[in-house]
Ligand binder design. Structure first.
Ligand SMILES: NC(=O)CC[C@H](N)C(=O)O
Length: 305
């Protein structure tokens, strides 16, 4: 395990890279993030925590919610149903691209892009829209072992008002029978889940849960080992959007990023990793977070390949 001093050195060494990135501004509220914020947290399976920088700072989870709701949707519907509607292949396109919806077999390519994730949100079970979202929030509270998680109302409202491309994809999928229920309800759950506030510490906890194949640090099995492996495989192939291939070569561990600046990552069987740095590269991945993970992976020989 790496100690906090080394992590602090990694923060210092990569901090300048953040200046070369841009915070997301297409969702009102995200543009207020401070480009200089930068934090990292590692938790190993003896529950030893190492962290440095702004690892307690809260930010919205955004796309990192995608693998998390997929676990709940699999618990609710079974894997066969989900993957009868959504594929398992990387797209090589940006996360919010609409183009393959029409040119493919009208199935979103995978659950880690916006179209696929909105379809997954439509499959969460519950009696009302509020109940469905509360089940999502409770599930993320459970696997992060943080009962205090909440969501950012302003960022949720901002995305609900401006998220017309997501809306277009959702109606397209309703037309093709991918979304079976109410489209606005599915979008509402999706926008809210993206607005859940987490820290790098929370992400490291979730990473550890996946590193241990779906068992919490207090020994509760929440998902099957098979589902945990499915999630980690999709993180490797699709988790860093159209930068997933290069990330696999450079860093070599399962990871999922979000435009809020977070990266959820893990080393199977060993540790969970959370990174926060809201300055993004051209693909929407935390620019400093990516660089830090690359260096850390070399130091600790983390690559799974
Ligand atoms: N890549 C992301 O984090 C995108 C999530 C964002 N809420 C969106 O739908 O565009």
């Amino acid at each position: 395990m790496i100690d906090s001093d080394i992590l602090y050195q990694l923060i210092l060494a990569n901090k300048d890279k953040c200046k070369g990135g841009k915070v997301a501004d297409y969702i009102p509220g995200l543009k207020n993030a401070n480009k200089e914020n930068f934090g990292v947290c590692l938790i190993d399976n003896n529950n030893k925590v190492s962290c440095a920088g702004d690892y307690e700072k809260k930010f919205t989870i955004q796309s990192i919610s995608k693998p998390l709701i997929l676990m709940l949707a699999i618990l609710d519907n079974g894997e066969d149903y989900i993957f009868s509607k959504i594929g398992m292949e990387p797209t090589g396109d940006p996360f919010n691209s609409i183009k393959k919806l029409e040119t493919s077999l009208s199935k979103p390519f995978n659950p880690m892009i916006n179209a696929g994730a909105i379809a997954v949100s439509s499959m969460i079970k519950g009696s009302t829209s509020e109940n469905k979202f509360n089940r999502v929030l409770d599930f993320i509270k459970k696997i992060s072992e943080n009962p205090n998680l909440d969501y950012d109302e302003d960022i949720y409202m901002g995305e609900k008002i401006t998220g017309n491309k997501n809306r277009a994809m959702a109606y397209f999928m309703k037309n093709d029978g991918i979304i079976e229920g109410d489209v606005e309800e599915a979008l509402d759950i999706y926008f809210k889940q993206c607005s859940i506030r987490v820290s790098a510490f929370d992400l490291a906890k979730i990473g550890l849960f996946l590193a241990n194949n779906g068992v919490t640090s207090y020994g509760e099995r929440v998902i099957t080992e098979h589902t945990a492996k499915l999630i980690k495989s999709l993180m490797v192939t699709c988790g860093m959007y159209d930068g997933s291939g290069e990330f696999a070569v450079r860093v070599g561990i399962p990871a999922k990023s979000g435009v809020g600046g977070g990266i959820l990552s893990l080393v199977p069987g060993k540790m969970g990793i959370g990174v926060y740095g809201p300055a993004l590269d051209s693909k929407g991945n935390s620019i400093g977070g990516y660089a830090l993970l690359e260096e850390m992976s070399k130091i600790l020989s983390c690559s799974i390949f």
